[in-house]
Design a binder for this molecule. Structure first.
Ligand SMILES: Cc1cc2nc3c(=O)[nH]c(=O)nc-3n(C[C@H](O)[C@H](O)[C@H](O)COP(=O)(O)OP(=O)(O)OC[C@H]3O[C@@H](n4cnc5c(N)ncnc54)[C@H](O)[C@@H]3O)c2cc1C
Length: 494
C-alpha cells in the first residue's frame, strides 16, 4: 500500500518537528523564491502528466548544483525523502511525491538548472544541465550541422535530465536507439549531495558501465545534475513518406516487411484511423482520411541511399495493400507530416477533457494481434481509444479519451489500461517501451522479472543509493506478488 496517495491524505496535517525544522533550513538555502510550501505552490507539483498524485511536503527549486547538494543534505539530516522532478511530462507517476505512509517527500525540481553548459562541436558532444529542454539542444546543435537524435514527442517541454532519468525514446529510435545510446556521461548526485561523474566523455571507458545503470533510474538512484550527450551530424538527405492502408492488419504487415527489408527506415510510425481523423482537424497534416491506418516513414543519409529506401518502401507498402503513398516534396511538407504525429495529445485536448496514455511493447510480429486487442478492449469497456505506434519497435501508445466526471469512468479507464498491459505481456511483450515504470507499472515488474532478478535490481539500487531517500516507492515492487498487479496503487486519486 502506497502511503500518502490521495487528495486528502495529508491535507491540513500538522507538521512534525523534523518537517518544521527542515523547512526552515530549506528556506535558508533557497530563499523564499526557491521554496514552495503553501497549498497552491505544492498543488502544481502533486503529479506529472499521469493521474497519480500526492501532496509533497514542499517544493525546492534550486538554481545551482551547490544549492541542490545543500537541499539533499538537509533532507538526509532530517530523514525526509525527496522526489526529483523536471518538466513533469512523465506518464508513469515517477515524479509524483509518494512515500511511506505518513511521510511526505520534498519535490526537488531541477527545472531552473537549464543551461547548455558547452556545445563541443569538434568532439560532437554537449554538456548540459538537467533542466535543459530537449528541443533547445536540438536547435542549438542544428546551427552547427549537428543533431541530438532522441526525439520524444514531448521534446518541446521534456528536459534532458528527465530524458536521462526515463531512458526516453522517440520517433527515430529504430536506428538511432534510445537515450542510453546518446548519453556519454552522467553527473549523479547522491543523497549526501556528492556528485559522481559516471563514465566519461571519452570514446571508450574501462570498468563497469555505471552510467548505463543510472540511465533509466527514474530518480531512484539520486539526482542527475548534468550530462554529456552525443551529437550526430545532421543527415545530408531525408526522405519522408506517408502511406494509407485499408486496415490495421495490412499496415502492421507492411511494418514487418519494411523492417526486414535491405533498406531499414529510420522511423516507422503507425497511426490508426481515429488518430488520423482527430489530428487532421487540428494540425492539417495532409493525412488520408479514408485510410484505416497510416504509416509515416523516414529514410536519412546520402541522397542515393535515401532514394533507394523510398523506392523500396513505396513498393512494399503497395504490395501490402497501401491505397496511397506520398513522398514529402520538401521540408515544409515533411514538417507538416511530423507535426501531425506530434500533435496527437494537443488534438485530444480539444476533443476530450481527459486522456490516459498507455505505453506497451510487443514483438513486431505480434503487432497486428495487439492492435486488434486494443480495439476489442475499447469496445468492451465502451471507451474511445486511439492508437499511435512507434511501429518499428513494436511500441504502442493507446490513448484512452474520457471525461473523469462520468460515473464509473475511472474504473473503466484503468480496467482498460490493465488489460492492455496484460495483453502485451501475454503476447511476449513488456510493460513499458519508453515512459518508464514509476508507480503506475511498478507492481507489474513482478510479472516481468522473477524474484531473483528483482532481488539483484534491489541490491544494485541499494548499493548506489543506500539511504532509501531518493524517490521512494518507485520502479521496484515492494510486496505485490505475481497476478496481483494493479494499474494504480490502491487509494490513488484520479
Ligand atoms: C504528450 C506526451 C508525449 C510523450 N512522448 C514521449 C515519447 O515519444 N518518448 C518518451 O520516451 N516519452 C514520452 N513522453 C513521456 C515523457 O515526456 C518522458 O518520460 C520524459 O523523458 C520526461 O521528462 P520530464 O523532464 O518531463 O521529467 P519528469 O516527468 O519531471 O520526471 C520523469 C522521471 O524522471 C525523474 N527525474 C526527472 N528529472 C530528474 C533528474 N534530474 N535526476 C533524476 N531523476 C529525474 C523523476 O523523478 C521521474 O521519475 C511523452 C509525454 C507526453 C505528455
Amino acid at each position: 500500500m502506497t502511503g500518502g496517495v490521495g487528495p486528502l491524505a495529508t491535507a491540513g496535517r500538522e507538521l512534525t518537528g523534523p518537517e518544521t525544522s527542515l523547512l526552515a533550513r530549506l528556506e535558508g538555502i533557497l530563499g523564499g523564491d526557491g521554496l514552495r510550501t503553501g497549498h497552491l505552490g505544492r498543488a502544481t507539483y502533486r503529479r506529472d502528466a499521469s493521474f497519480l498524485n500526492a501532496d509533497p511536503l514542499a517544493v525546492a527549486l534550486p538554481r545551482t548544483v551547490e544549492q541542490t547538494a545543500q537541499v539533499l543534505r538537509a533532507c538526509r539530516d532530517h530523514g525526509i525523502p525527496f522526489t526529483p522532478r523536471a518538466a513533469g511530462t512523465g506518464l508513469a507517476g515517477g515524479a509524483t511525491p509518494t512515500g511511506e505512509a505518513g511521510v511526505r517527500p520534498v519535490v526537488v525540481s531541477v527545472a531552473r538548472m537549464d543551461r547548455l553548459r558547452q556545445l563541443d562541436v569538434p568532439n560532437r558532444r554537449a554538456w548540459v544541465e538537467p533542466g535543459l529542454v530537449n528541443a533547445r539542444l536540438g536547435k542549438a546543435a542544428a546551427t552547427h550541422g549537428l543533431r541530438f537524435a532522441p526525439d520524444p514527442a514531448s521534446q518541446i517541454a521534456a528536459t534532458l535530465g528527465g530524458n536521462v532519468a526515463t531512458n526516453a525514446g522517440g520517433i527515430h529510435v529504430l536506428t538511432y536507439g534510445v537515450m542510453s545510446q546518446h548519453v556519454l556521461a552522467v553527473e549523479l548526485m547522491d543523497a549526501d549531495g556528492v556528485v559522481h561523474v559516471l563514465d566519461g566523455a571519452r570514446a571508450e571507458q574501462a570498468g563497469l558501465d555505471l552510467r548505463g545503470v543510472t540511465v533509466g533510474g527514474e530518480g531512484t538512484l539520486g539526482i542527475v545534475v548534468g550530462a554529456c550527450l552525443r551529437l550526430l551530424p545532421s543527415p545530408p538527405a531525408v526522405g519522408t513518406l506517408l502511406a494509407g492502408f485499408p486496415s490495421l492488419d495490412a499496415a502492421a504487415a507492411a511494418v514487418g516487411a519494411l523492417v526486414v527489408s535491405d533498406r531499414l527506415p529510420d522511423a516507422v510510425e503507425l497511426m490508426d484511423a481515429r488518430a488520423v481523423s482527430l489530428v487532421e482537424g487540428y494540425a492539417q497534416a495532409g493525412y488520408p482520411q479514408d485510410a484505416a491506418a497510416v504509416l509515416l516513414l523516414e529514410y536519412e543519409g546520402l541522397p542515393a541511399g535515401v532514394d533507394a529506401g523510398v523506392v523500396t518502401a513505396d513498393h512494399l507498402a503497395r504490395e501490402h495493400g497501401a491505397t496511397s503513398v506520398v513522398r514529402a516534396d520538401g521540408p515544409d511538407q515533411r514538417a507538416r507530416i511530423w507535426k501531425g504525429r506530434k500533435a496527437v495529445a494537443g488534438a485530444i485536448a480539444k476533443r476530450a477533457p481527459d486522456f490516459y496514455l498507455q505505453d506497451v511493447v510487443v514483438p513486431r510480429s505480434r503487432l497486428g494481434e495487439m492492435l486488434d486487442a486494443v480495439v476489442a478492449i475499447g469496445e468492451r469497456e465502451r471507451l474511445e481509444i486511439l492508437t499511435v505506434v512507434h511501429a518499428g519497435d513494436g511500441n504502442l501508445h493507446p490513448f484512452v479519451l474520457f471525461d473523469r466526471r462520468e460515473e464509473g469512468m475511472i474504473d473503466r479507464v484503468f480496467a482498460a489500461g490493465h488489460d492492455i498491459v496484460a495483453t502485451a505481456l501475454s503476447l511476449d511483450g513488456t510493460v513499458t517501451g519508453e515512459h518508464g515504470v514509476g508507480i503506475e507499472k511498478r507492481d507489474f515488474l513482478g510479472e516481468v522479472f522473477d524474484a531473483d532478478d528483482l532481488a539483484v535490481q534491489r541490491a544494485v539500487r541499494d548499493a548506489i543509493e543506500p539511504s532509501g531517500l531518493a524517490n521512494p516507492d518507485k520502479v521496484l515492487p515492494t510486496t505485490v506478488g505475481c497476478g496481483e498487479a494493479r494499474m494504480v496503487p490502491e487509494g490513488a486519486w484520479v
